[in-house]
Design a protein. Structure first.
Length: 494
């Protein structure tokens, strides 16, 4: 339980401030901001509460959306480059620093995140050193502020060193772009948006989605794309056709990508991103052509992350003359046999090959199908629904198998029947024919035991098909560029 405490402002001011030498005793005391300044030591406030923690020591100011407190007679004699606030919060939020009162110029923005106890968050400030009056306004979220302090504006020692700084002056904090930032590589729930971040949009009564009306938008602030982004998966639906969801970054005039919204909100729709996006940005989701119900979204990191050195194509390692690849034993995707790639690369852990977009491929040279092929198994995953084809001798050569991939971030084994007879030695190409974000771990060919064509069984003379009853597709005996599904109850026609 929190114990309410009455704050005797005059006593606290006297206890935590110093008098300017040139002022008489009755003049307003000055606040020295370069050490800890208690938040309750304010001169104007519009706050939810002032309370003392159960430890009986920590007194804090409780802030909700729109609450503020102001500080006066602050002596920025050393200038000010940064202000940090010690607070605790149950979720992310934003505190804006104003010059003067709560309607004054914005000179800094502190973004905070959920904490376990009190934690410091900081922000660079500008144009504040020439005043003694400023205001903290909580714009988003709820928090309890214990104290604040300033970092002097001078960051280098003068030629003649002055008296050492006070011991409790904090070191210059690193840039605060990651403090309170949104992690886009985990699913971001749309309903977490505040009212200030919704334009012509609203959280549904069940509080688990957002409805964006036509031309409405949802803003997600301070999204940290530390690992870059290759695509964005959105979970959305619309009740009418031809509705789109556009994604914008910051104040860009054109979207970085567009999703055609379907009717199933549980399946992700992938938006490929061609722009090189890194760092922290604001992201906007805008409905076009009708209303969109948005459940959430998630970014797919650029392969290897933006902090990786430039990716070089692996050297072409031709197998020695006479050496061939055995397809009947698992072929690791990243093995030396993978001598040709396009829009593909070995993953950072060097245990798989990532095929980043449509028409990407990886090729394996001198594969000897001495025993023929009945089917192919591939250990594979995909960030969105995709089609992975197996072709011979070139990326546009004869298609001998095709894997239909559902969205699944876990490597799983998929099986595809051979579409035609495969014998002899070939270069084998795995080509992304549709979708993107495919990761190939390994593959293997399953032998048919013989390369002879099975005998054609002609139906008995006089036995005909009755078309007035349902004819099952899987009973077909003549398939061209088509195959019976593994469950043997349907036919896929390519």
């Amino acid at each position: 339980m929190k114990r309410k405490t009455s704050i005797a402002l005059g006593l606290l001011v006297t206890a935590t401030t110093v008098l300017a030498p040139s002022l008489k005793a009755h003049a307003a005391p000055q606040i020295v901001p370069y050490g800890t300044v208690e938040a309750e030591l304010d001169f104007t406030r519009n706050v939810k509460d002032v309370f003392t923690e159960e430890d009986g020591v920590t007194t804090a100011v409780s802030l909700e959306n729109g609450n503020y407190f102001s500080m006066r007679t602050v002596n920025f004699s050393k200038g000010v480059s940064k202000i940090s606030v010690k607070l605790k919060a149950d979720g992310p939020g934003i505190i804006v620093i104003h010059k003067g009162d709560e309607n004054g110029e914005t000179v800094g923005t502190i973004r905070y995140s959920a904490t376990d106890g009190y934690k410091e968050f900081s922000a660079d400030v500008t144009n504040l050193a020439d005043t003694d009056y400023f205001t903290f306004e909580n714009k988003v979220g709820n928090c309890a502020v214990d104290s604040w302090k300033a970092v002097p504006g001078e960051t280098q020692e003068p030629e003649t060193p002055d008296t050492p700084e006070e011991p409790d002056t904090p070191p210059v904090q690193p840039p605060s772009s990651e403090q309170g930032a949104i992690n886009p590589y985990e699913k971001v729930e749309a309903e977490n948006a505040t009212s200030d971040e919704l334009t012509n949009a609203m959280v549904v009564p069940s509080k688990d989605k957002v409805v964006i009306n036509e031309n409405g938008k949802v803003l997600v602030q301070n999204v940290n794309f530390s690992q870059g982004v290759s695509s964005i998966n959105v979970y959305a639906q619309s009740s009418k056709p031809m509705v789109k969801l556009n994604v914008y970054i910051d104040d860009a005039d054109a979207p970085i990508g567009t999703a055609a919204v379907g009717t199933n909100i549980t399946n992700a729709t992938a938006i490929n991103v061609s722009s090189n996006i890194t760092g922290s940005h604001n992201v906007y989701f805008v409905a076009q052509g009708g209303s969109v119900t948005l459940d959430g979204w998630q970014a797919v990191a650029a392969e290897g992350g933006v902090e990786q050195p430039p990716v070089e194509e692996p050297p072409v390692v031709e197998p020695p003359v006479g050496d061939t690849v055995n397809p009947y034993s698992a072929v690791e995707a990243e093995s030396a046999a993978a001598t040709d790639m396009s829009n593909a690369r070995v993953t950072p852990k060097k245990d798989a090959v990532s095929l980043t977009q449509a028409n990407s491929y990886v090729a394996y040279k001198n594969v000897n199908f001495a025993q023929g092929v009945e089917s192919f198994d591939a250990n594979v995953s995909a960030t969105a629904a995709a089609m992975l084809e197996v072709r011979l001798d070139s990326a546009t050569g004869d298609k001998v198998a095709a894997f239909r991939l559902d969205q699944n971030s876990t490597i799983t084994t998929k099986t595809a029947k051979a579409l035609s007879t495969v014998t002899g030695t070939h270069d084998v190409y795995f080509v992304v024919a549709g979708g993107s974000g495919v990761t190939l771990d390994s593959w293997v060919a399953k032998t048919s035991g013989t390369v002879e064509e099975p005998p054609v069984v002609e139906p008995p003379v006089g036995e005909t098909i009755n078309p007035y009853e349902k004819v099952e597709a899987e009973i077909a005996t003549d398939l061209t560029s088509a195959m019976v599904t593994p469950s043997k109850d349907k036919v896929v026609i390519n």
